[in-house]
Design a protein around this ligand. Sequence first.
Ligand SMILES: O=P(O)(O)OC[C@H]1O[C@H](OP(=O)(O)OP(=O)(O)O)[C@H](O)[C@@H]1O
Ligand SMILES: O=C(O)c1cc(=O)[nH]c(=O)[nH]1
Length: 224
Amino acid sequence: MERDAIARRTAQALLDTRAILLRPDRPFMLSSGWAAPVYLDIPRALSFPLARRALLEGAEARILAEVGHAGFDAVAATEQGGIALGAMLAERFHQPFAVVRRRAQGFGADAHIEGALRPGSRVLLVSDVTTDGRSKGAYCRALERAGMEVARIFVLFKWGIFDRVVTDAGAGLFALADWNDVVREAESRGALPAADLAELRRYLADPVAWSAAHGGIAAPDWKE
Ligand SMILES: O=P(O)(O)OC[C@H]1O[C@H](OP(=O)(O)OP(=O)(O)O)[C@H](O)[C@@H]1O
Ligand SMILES: O=C(O)c1cc(=O)[nH]c(=O)[nH]1
């Protein structure tokens, strides 16, 4: 299946499972500190078998197209959101699997890694979502300190609007879909209330200004 068809099917699955939450009046505060009128609940989408199948099939196709069978020899998932997805993908690709923790849990170079990965492994880092990419940069550094090479970063969904402010994790990352795909699909199917969709469009046009005006950060926070 082609990239555009996968993006469309992904957006469909997210809309059908009501995994996209729109709350312009009570903004969400993202982990990175941005305020936003919208939020994506990937665990909810993955709990529906048909949506889960669509997302996993899309992931498998895109990973094979982008990285190939020979391009990675282990899967590492980010805690917490990447774990279920990473484990299912590691099983599909019959690859070793580990979890990368946000904070060191032990001692030494692999203190962030739960599981056994051979040093020197080319790792596919798997996560649910990326907003501005800050935490993906930290996970990559933890893997590299443990002697791994991060082959690519795969996420089901990238916000796709903070490219102007992402500096360290953007290059190697790919996703099934972003907000533009969701807006297109929602419009063509009338899947979201018109007023919410209009606010989402306003937000997407200038997410930094929207965040600053709604109590969120106005510039990326790179502290780790
Ligand atoms: O920093 P980015 O690369 O843009 O990604 C944003 C991350 O923030 C959220 O996770 P959170 O840190 O809240 O952890 P959780 O998965 O444990 O809830 C989300 O699930 C992403 O993994
Ligand atoms: O950045 C986050 O906190 C975040 C955004 C999002 O859309 N979904 C999620 O689970 N976390």
